[in-house]
Design a binder for this molecule. Structure first.
Ligand code: T3D
Length: 255
């Protein structure tokens, strides 16, 4: 069992909850290692993971009580942050970040590493790094300019402004901001949709969308042909077509 996270699974939906609520779920070494451990030991029945926070915050970023003068930030990023981010962004199943409250510093960028981000309207995102004399890390300088453009990325990173969830959604940094009263239900429905969906198609979409940033159109068309060729051999594709023709809901199994 875990100290700094909680992991549970119900109906194919894994729930990875950051669990240091007294410090707004600040990231320490134990939490980073446990995220990797949970994500690399998913059971074969898990078909979607929801990454969220316990208490009033999603995650406040690096635990600043661990960040004393002389700390080797490069080593921490390479040895602990990179594997953590890879565990989320290259997960074998789709990952939803369910942002229940403030997501600051590396906590914001951890949330953004998921396939889809759903936030409650009272949540917010803060590229807090310059407040302590650092630049954004944890993948933020890659993902944020691609989703919101460089003008907004630069503004939020230089000024470390708090971006409310609804603005983050308007800007295309996240998928949706949901009124607090509806948030739990929306997260549950979206997670169920992914857990009961064509997993391999979801992972192919992730790969293609990610590579679109560096491929030209001809390369992307080749990639689509290859990935779609693979999906055309899957049980879920055959089931999807059969279900359509039989006018019933498909029963996707992820195979
Ligand atoms: O080290 C490396 O390897 C480099 C990597 C760096 C990556 C980074 O993430 S750098 C950025 C680090 N994060 C921050 O700078 C954010 C710090 N936190 C805040 O700005 C605020 O706490 C929040 C905006 C997140 C929330 O504000 P608020 O007013 O709602 O809550 P609060 O009162 O500030 O926090 C509640 C408690 O959590 C408080 O403790 P207390 O007073 O009740 O004993 C606070 O100290 C603690 N806390 C919040 N964030 C952190 C933290 N403790 C340790 N580390 C934190 N990051």
């Amino acid at each position: 069992s875990f100290q700094a996270i909680e992991f549970t699974e119900v109906d194919g939906i894994g729930r990875l909850a950051l669990n240091r609520p007294d410090v707004m779920n600040a990231l320490n070494s134990v939490m980073r290692r446990e995220i990797v451990k949970a994500m690399t030991n998913l059971s074969p029945t898990t078909r979607c993971v929801v990454l969220t926070g316990i208490g009033r915050a999603f995650c406040s970023g690096q635990d600043l009580t661990d960040a004393r003068e002389g700390i080797d930030l490069e080593k921490t990023l390479r040895d602990e942050y990179e594997p953590m981010l890879a565990a989320i962004s290259d997960a074998p199943v789709p990952v939803i970040s369910a942002v229940n409250g403030v997501a600051a510093g590396a906590g914001a960028n951890l949330a953004l590493a998921a396939d889809v981000v759903i936030a409650t309207e009272s949540a917010s995102f803060i590229q807090a790094f310059t407040r302590i004399g650092l630049m954004p890390d944890a993948g933020g300088t890659h993902i944020v300019p691609r989703s919101v453009g460089s003008a907004r990325a630069m503004g939020m990173m230089l000024f470390a402004d708090k971006i409310p969830a609804s603005k983050a959604a308007d800007w295309g940094m996240i998928w949706e901001a949901v009124p607090d009263a509806e948030y739990e239900g929306v997260v549950r429905a979206r997670a169920a949709a992914l857990a009961n969906g064509p997993t391999r198609a979801f992972l192919a979409i992730r790969e293609a969308v990610r590579l679109s940033g560096s491929n030209n159109l001809a390369q992307q068309l080749q990639l689509e042909a290859r990935l779609q060729g693979e999906l055309g051999q899957t049980r879920d594709f055959h089931e999807g077509v059969r279900a359509f023709l039989e006018k019933r809901a498909p029963d996707f199994t992820g195979e």
